[in-house]
Design a protein around this ligand. Structure first.
Ligand code: NAG
Ligand code: NAG
Ligand code: NAG
Ligand code: NAG
Ligand code: NAG
Ligand code: ZN
Length: 501
């Protein structure tokens, strides 16, 4: 036995009375090497967890483990850290599949928190948020930063936060301060967030309170921002997040905007979702203040926020999902899309000079780090997204014998380029099993499924009967025009077809 990071196992059983330990023995461990800041693949390795933490990583089975340790044989399997999603709107799950060809402008006017609260009640928010979190856990996403736009009332806020707690997932729940015409103002929400901070069960759950805010610029209300940032400090929030697009979209909320107000260079992490048109000055600010962006590859392709400069800021980037109602909720898919998109772009640079590439511009290891470790860095939680002694026991076990993975040699390539959610055999958050034997075992799942189905059916029928709005001629003063539609049919017609809701 050779411990990777020197640890003393024996004292564990003396000090940690009643501690629950599990040893995952004999698998391929995709561990993290703090010296090289890279991956450390250990074949025939073992991982010991005690309560919510990883307490040992070994190159072979340790000869001594704490008394009462559960031994789990993972021979032939791959064990990785859980994935981290740094941008999500989890409450929206009930809209799943009803907006497959929607646009971003239509989304705001039809599916967003500026419309939904007039039809959704607190039970709907709870059911929808919970089902979405089980979907994410099933997909190996153990942590997520939720830009929680469902905070339009005390009841709706409380319901969504309760769902996070009940799910067992590690949710950085970003309470959203927004004005919703005809319903609520930012002013009304100060007492609501204070109440959320006191929610029973929050302290003992992996979920923490954060803040989401999209009013940084242009034309910020400085008094409002000062008040929100004072609350951020008073409530010791775990993270602040904002939608940042710039370019033709507007929604600046740029690093420059926040820095101008003296709130960028702070100890609290600030995550900029998309940052599609980040400027070189904004990128320099992210680096000097160590703040991160969340690239949401599938969202940015689906809606056209795009990501023309994100290739250049991957050293300050993590990966996110955004609206899981319109596409996959798994960070594995995001990592794969982003890897190939980066390769495509970097190859194009070469081809456009009428030359050919002699090397591959991005590796599977880099995509793996973005999907795991970088989420932890964005949240300033170096104990998340890695397998190393002292890290949180948020783990995924992959079935190495599945048809997709059979014959694998490189476990990182196997996961990033060949696996799917169906190959995830087990998931643990904070050392607790949420998926095992390929099935969700979280105790709330059967009820959550039944309740969600009822809720989703009712809400989907309301939206089916809601007339489609005409797109506006302008958005934030920018003309709105039709892109060229794809044509997949020979001859007349293009095959655009219909939606089936
Ligand atoms: C929300 O609406 C559903 C369907 O009408 C109902 O069953 C449920 O009790 C309502 N929940 C609340 C909190 O009003
Ligand atoms: C909320 O409304 C106030 C008053 O109109 C405005 O000054 C403020 O900028 C708004 N905040 C956001 C985040 O839109
Ligand atoms: C604030 O939260 C951090 C974790 O996000 C924790 O380490 C720290 O102890 C908290 N501080 C206070 C004063 O509660
Ligand atoms: C942020 O603060 C650190 C330490 O206080 C300082 O060294 C750095 O220059 C600051 N960066 C910016 C952009 O203000
Ligand atoms: C989506 O497709 C449906 C059916 O063809 C169409 O009615 C709708 O206008 C489309 N929506 C958008 C935003 O393209
Ligand atoms: Zn978003």
């Amino acid at each position: 036995m050779r411990p990777i990071n020197a640890i003393a196992i024996l004292p564990l059983c003396l000090t940690a009375v009643g501690a629950a330990s599990t040893l995952f023995r004999g698998g391929t461990v995709v561990a993290f090497n703090k010296q090289t800041q890279g991956l450390n693949v250990i074949r025939g390795g073992s991982v010991l967890i005690t309560n919510d933490r990883i307490t040992g990583v070994f190159t072979s089975a340790p000869s001594k483990v704490p008394a009462g340790t559960e031994i789990v044989d993972i021979t032939g399997k791959i064990i990785t850290p859980g994935f981290i999603d740094t941008h999500r709107h989890g409450w929206q799950t009930a809209f799943k599949t009803i907006a497959s060809n929607t646009t971003l402008i239509e989304f705001f006017g039809r599916y967003s928190s500026f419309v939904a609260p007039f039809f959704w009640n607190a039970t709907d928010v709870y059911d929808s948020q919970l089902a979405g979190l089980y979907e994410a856990l099933n997909a190996g996403v153990t942590s997520s930063l939720d830009h929680a736009t469902h905070t339009w009332s005390k009841d709706a806020s409380s319901a969504g936060l309760q769902a996070c707690i009940d799910s067992g997932a590690r949710v950085f729940w970003g309470f959203t301060f927004a004005n919703i015409t005809g319903l609520v103002t930012v002013e009304d929400l100060y007492p609501v967030i204070r109440e959320m901070a006191k929610k029973p069960g929050l302290r003992n759950s992996p979920t923490t309170l954060g803040i989401a805010y999209d009013g940084w610029g242009p034309n910020p209300n400085v008094a409002e921002i000062n008040k929100i940032m004072a609350l951020a400090k008073e409530l010791n929030v775990s993270v602040i997040t904002t939608h940042s697009l710039q370019g033709p979209w507007g929604f600046n909320n740029s690093p420059e905007d926040i820095h101008a107000l003296n709130y960028l260079n702070i100890s609290t992490p600030i995550v900029f979702s998309h940052a599609s048109f980040l400027t070189p000055a904004g990128a320099a600010l992210l680096r000097s203040t160590n703040q991160y962006i969340s690239i949401t590859p599938e969202s940015e392709m689906h809606y056209g926020q795009t990501h023309p400069v994100s290739y250049n800021i991957q050293d300050q980037a993590s990966l996110g999902i955004d609206t899981h109602i319109t596409f996959s909720t798994d960070i594995l898919t995001q990592a794969r899309i982003w890897l190939q998109q980066t390769r495509y772009e970097r190859y194009l640079d070469v081809l456009e000079q009428s030359k050919l590439p002699r090397s591959n511009p991005m590796s599977a290891e880099q995509a793996f780090l973005l999907a795991t470790r970088h989420g932890g860095l964005a949240l300033r939680r170096p104990d998340l997204g890695i397998i190393a002694e002292g890290a949180k026991a948020d783990l995924v076990i992959w079935d190495g014998n599945s048809p997709a993975l059979l014959g694998w040699v490189d476990p990182v390539a196997a996961v990033i380029l060949h696996a799917s959610v169906g190959d995830i055999e087990a998931v643990l958050v904070d050392g607790k099993w949420v998926k095992r034997g390929g099935k969700l075992v979280a105790k709330g799942w059967p009820d959550a499924r039944a309740n969600f189905l009822r809720t989703a059916k009712r809400l989907q029928a309301i939206w089916r009967d809601m007339p489609m709005p005409e797109p506006p001629a302008e958005f934030n003063g920018v003309p709105v025009v039709s892109p060229v539609q794809a044509d997949v049919l020979r001859g007349p017609g293009n095959g655009y077809g219909n939606v089936y809701i």
